[in-house]
Design a protein around this ligand. Structure first.
Ligand SMILES: Nc1ncnc2c1ncn2[C@@H]1O[C@H](COP(=O)(O)OP(=O)(O)OP(=O)(O)O)[C@@H](O)[C@H]1O
Length: 783
């Protein structure tokens, strides 16, 4: 009776990423002897509607326990991941299955939980990022608008200030002009008043002078009258004097006559003495009258002279008065003229003052307007400043929010990274559970531009890629020429359209393990022309696994050197195993008559091939140069009838030695990438002679490889037949429990290649069914 242990992990669609391919858990069947064999998928599995299966793969059902249920029981992610199944020999299969299923449920719940967390974090991250971007854009726009507004307001304020200053200057000038004019006006008013008072005085003077003049004229008239009277009097006096003189002369003559007569009269004097005395008395009276007349004449003359002098004086006075009058009149005229001019100036100044007053008023109004505008501008500036302050505060708040968002983003990223770490651990745990051998299948296109697979009789495609309900891209169905169908499930199936990058993405984690101190072996298996060399080496512009792996290792090493103080040393060697002989693809090979000998130092954990060239590699370019060198060497070894790439196994080895200075930790990883020789069967190859020998050697080494892998999966095996071929002997340390292995089985979707493809797929399925123990890192510490 067979005791059947069924261990199938449903794909943990935990993070919606490519882990599904690694999470498939193949069916392991053990018979009573404990030997494991592959169980074919059940009919129900294959017939389950694809949609339903896909739905199962995507999300948990309601019956499934959630991680919160486990967490409520005190379970933690790390505890869950680090949990080891404690299976006891006496455990029944059902118990083991229940235990395993329970653990798988926990893992699945953890996976969903992490997936949900990751999605939430990513969504949060996206929201935060978009919010941050929107805020940053809004902030930038606001800032720009504010700056524009501020610049505009500043310009306005500046122009307003300038116009205000100009207006103020103009206003000040106007005010000073006005003040000057006002003072001039005041002066002019004072002058006018002075002039008016002077005019009044002059007019009064003129009036007084005129009245004086009139008086003088009257006096002159009187004096003229007096003069005329005096002249008349003088004339009368002169007439009287003349008469007196004629009287005197007549008197003298008379005297004479009288004297004569006196004589006569003396005679008669005597007689006449009496007469004489009378006459003398008369004469004395006449003489006193004459004297009185003379005195009167003299007085009249003196009067006339004084009148004359007075007249002269009056005349002089009148002349001086006339002069004074003329001067006063001239002055008056001048004053009048000046007053007239002043009045004109006054008028002009009055009108200019009025104009200035109007201008000043307008200016004042303008000033008021400008002041209003300035006040408005000031207010606007204040508002703008307040707005700017508010915006600044908003900016600061936004910055804070941005910083918080960035912090949250960093935290989210960190959590995502932690999640990724957990996912990787989970992934590694699953790999550990599954064992360290994985199998990928790659179907090449019919031609570079033809992705459709060929069909066999009845139009049935040679290969179909059913989307399994468990994990997509893991199933392959091959239809042989006779219509027989065979189904296979691998860790990953790449269709004809899969790119080199997509294939490498699945392999990259395994490659990374070499840097972590693991021994890694990647085989490309398949019949001639199935795409092994394309997968491992690729072609210029579309490189394969080796160049991509080297690039990744160097990039990661550089990052670890920079961040964690590691130093890495990488050495590469390339050889081919042809007809069970090793040939160095980089060096000259062993001396004549000698062969390359493989030896293993189990203590040191290293393998050496005698006379093999090992090259220090500093960068991916140096490895690319090595690959070119190897390709040239391989071409030299090829002949028209013997294509070496098909007939030999090519082994590329990159040893990675890492040292951490801080604690002296050393890691010794190895990455082997092997392009195996074509796997076609001897019978099908129809080879003979040398080709038959080659084919036999290839088949021997390939079957030895299969045997080693099968033995490794057999816990009860006491011997692993490494020595059965050069290839397995060479790769011994990299095969088995300590190492991580990947086999990429290459198949061509051609109808004529269906039989060979079936063989390759069966070989790969056998490898896939093998469970190899946990890989170990080669870690040591410097003494
Ligand atoms: N995935 C692919 N996409 C495009 N072309 C491919 C792919 N796989 C293989 N080819 C092409 O198919 C041809 C055969 O491929 P390749 O030489 O890699 O096969 P092989 O298995 O290495 O053969 P051999 O055993 O003779 O070395 C080549 O021209 C290669 O470019």
């Amino acid at each position: 009776m067979d005791v059947v242990r069924v261990l199938r992990l449903r794909p943990l669609d935990v993070l919606g990423q490519t882990v599904q391919t690694d999470t498939d858990f193949s069916l392991g069947v053990k018979d009573v002897n404990g030997r494991k064999r592959k169980e074919a998928p059940s009919a129900a599995q294959l017939q389950a509607p694809a949609a339903k299966r896909a739905a199962i793969a995507r999300e948990p059902s309601q019956e499934d326990a959630t991680w919160e249920d486990f967490a409520a029981q005190g379970d933690t992610a790390l505890h869950c991941l680090g949990h080891k199944l404690s299976l006891k020999k006496r455990d029944t299969a059902a118990a083991i299955r229940d235990l395993t299923l329970a653990y798988i449920k926990r893992l699945r719940a953890l996976g969903w939980h992490l997936h949900a967390q990751c999605e939430r974090l990513q969504a949060e991250n996206r929201t935060l990022e978009s919010a941050r971007r929107a805020e940053s854009e809004a902030r930038t726009a606001d800032k720009a608008a504010l700056l524009d507004k501020l610049a505009c307001l500043s310009a306005q304020t500046e122009s307003l200030k300038e116009s205000l200053e100009a207006a103020e200057t103009a206003s000040n000038e106007a005010i000073s002009t006005k003040e000057a004019l006002q003072s001039k006006l005041l002066q002019a008013g004072t002058t006018e008043r002075d002039l008016r008072s002077k005019c009044g005085l002059l007019e009064a003077q003129a009036t007084a002078t005129a009245s004086q003049l009139q008086e003088v004229q009257q006096q002159v008239a009187r004096a003229d009258e007096l003069h005329q009277q005096a002249t008349k009097y003088c004339a009368q006096l002169q007439e009287f004097n003349g008469r007196l003189q004629s009287d005197s002369q007549a008197a003298t003559e008379r005297l004479k006559t009288l004297q004569e007569e006196r004589a006569v009269s003396m005679e008669e004097a005597a007689t006449l003495r009496g007469t004489l005395s009378a006459i003398q008395t008369q004469l004395a009276a006449a003489q006193s009258a004459a004297e009185a007349s003379e005195a009167a004449r003299q007085r009249s003359s003196a009067d006339a002279a004084s009148l004359q002098a007075e007249l002269q004086q009056v005349r002089t006075e009148r002349a001086s008065l006339a002069e004074a009058l003329a001067a006063a009149s001239g002055e008056l005229a001048r004053y009048r003229e000046a007053t007239g001019r002043s009045l004109e100036t006054l008028e002009a100044e009055r009108s200019s003052a009025a104009a200035l007053a109007t201008r000043s008023k307008a200016q004042a109004e303008m000033n008021t307007g400008l002041a209003d505008q300035l006040a408005f501008a000031e207010e606007a500036r204040r508002v703008a400043e307040e707005l700017a302050k508010a915006r600044l505060a908003e900016c600061t708040a936004l910055k804070k929010r941005l910083a918080a968002a960035e912090k949250a983003q960093t935290a989210a990223e960190r959590r995502a990274a932690e999640g990724e770490l957990v996912r990787r651990k989970l992934h590694n745990t699953i790999l550990t559970l599954k064992g360290n051998i994985r199998v990928f299948c790659r179907v090449r296109p019919v031609a570079a531009d033809k992705m459709a697979v060929e069909t066999v009789k009845g139009g049935q495609p040679v290969m179909l890629f059913p989307q399994s309900g468990e994990v997509p891209d893991t199933a392959l169905e091959l239809t042989a020429l006779n219509g027989a169908k065979s189904s296979f499930t691998f860790d990953k199936v790449f269709g004809p359209a899969a790119t080199q990058a997509e294939v490498f993405e699945e392999v990259s984690q395994l490659v990374q393990s070499a840097l972590d101190g693991y021994k890694v072996c990647i085989f490309a298996y398949g019949q001639t022309g199935s795409g092994k060399t394309f997968t491992t080496l690729g072609m210029p512009g579309n490189v394969g696994l080796i160049p991509r792996a080297v690039e990744q290792l160097f990039t990661s090493a550089t990052s670890l050197e920079a961040s964690q103080g590691w130093t890495f040393q990488m050495k590469a060697s390339m050889l081919e195993v042809y007809n069970e002989d090793i040939r160095d693809l980089l060096g000259k090979g062993p001396p004549a008559g000698k062969k390359h000998v493989v030896s293993h130092d189990e203590k040191a954990g290293c393998t050496t091939v005698s006379h093999l060239e090992t090259v220090d590699c500093k960068d991916p370019a140096s490895v690319a140069a090595l690959l070119e060198r190897a390709a040239r060497q391989r071409a030299v070894g090829a002949t028209a009838s013997n294509e070496r790439s098909s007939r030999s196994h090519m082994v590329f080895t990159l040893s990675v030695r890492g040292t951490r200075s801080s604690d002296g930790q050393q890691l010794n990883g190895v990455l082997n990438l092997i392009d195996l020789a074509g796997s076609e069967r001897l019978k099908a190859s129809g080879a003979s002679g040398e080709r038959l020998k080659e084919t036999q050697a290839i088949n021997k080494s390939l079957s030895a490889l299969g045997d080693v892998i099968t033995s490794l999966g057999n816990k009860d095996a006491t011997h692993i037949p490494y020595r059965n071929s050069k290839l397995t002997w060479l790769l011994q340390p990299c095969l088995g429990g300590d190492a991580k292995m990947l086999m990429v089985v290459n198949v061509a979707p051609l109808a004529e290649a269906a039989a060979e493809s079936l063989c390759s797929l069966r070989f790969a399925a056998k490898v896939n069914a093998t469970h190899i123990g946990t890989a170990r890192r080669a870690v040591s510490y410097a003494k």
